[in-house]
Design a protein around this ligand. Structure first.
Ligand code: SAH
Length: 214
């Protein structure tokens, strides 16, 4: 992905009260950070944050964390949250590879992966956020009953992810190759930026829901 550098993004992120600077120091203490005991949901690769802002607005009794590697997109989410000032939404400018440094097992109840980078080359397979190495990380973090939800319009990435999930400790709970046409699954679906863009082009959206067993 090509990213345009956004002037002042680094400064804005480092100054924002909605961005947690040293997440490893908060490991095991996220309830104190949010100042309540509500469940915590994490979006990995949140981009500009549309999905999370809307989720956090519609579910005030859930705390949301957004993790994003790139400042140039994260800053857009930060700007929206500085307007909205939601109590239940915070961001981390971090790499998903480090999530086990940030959370104790059981601290995060739900993980969202929306339009994750496909990394189509075989030699970059390990970077895919739905690959076996990442699924094993999510499995160690989530409690029994914990959920991973994944949306993409990239069929190759979806097929790869489904295969990885079938060979993982997770139970494959729901699979759809056309989320928006499914009357049940599409109910209450919040569209991400990429989802709006790609579904407007006519691409069907694939959806996968994994559940961690007892
Ligand atoms: N979820 C958004 C953005 C999708 S693009 C949407 O659906 O609109 C994928 C995003 O994941 C990019 O912003 C990219 O910077 C981020 N990303 C990719 N690998 C990451 C990693 N290892 N850790 C954190 N974020 C990552």
């Amino acid at each position: 992905m090509r990213l345009r550098k956004v002037q002042g993004a680094e400064e804005k992120i480092s100054e924002s009260p909605f961005c947690i600077k040293d997440p490893a120091e908060k490991k095991g203490q996220w309830k104190d950070v949010f100042k309540n005991k509500a469940p915590i949901h994490l979006e990995i690769g949140m981009g500009k944050g549309k999905f999370l802002l809307e989720k956090a607005m519609s579910l005030p009794k859930i705390n949301f964390l957004g993790l994003e590697l790139h400042e140039s997109v994260l800053v857009r989410g930060v700007e929206k949250q500085e307007e909205a000032e939601l109590d239940n939404l915070l961001f981390l400018r971090e790499n998903a590879e480090c999530i086990e440094e940030f959370f104790e097992p059981g601290e995060i109840g739900h993980i969202y992966l929306n339009f994750s980078d496909p990394w189509p080359k075989d030699r970059h397979k390990k970077r895919r956020l739905t690959g076996g190495v990442f699924l094993a990380r999510y499995d160690r973090l989530l409690p029994a009953g914990g959920i991973v939800e994944f949306k993409t319009d990239n069929k190759d990435l979806f097929d790869f992810s489904l295969e990885e999930a079938e060979n993982s400790p997770f139970r494959v709970d729901t699979v759809s190759y056309d989320l928006h046409s499914d009357p049940v699954l599409s109910q209450g679906n919040i569209m991400t930026e990429y989802e709006e863009r790609f579904s407007a082009k006519g691409n069907p959206i694939c959806y996968l829901r994994l559940v961690k067993g007892e």
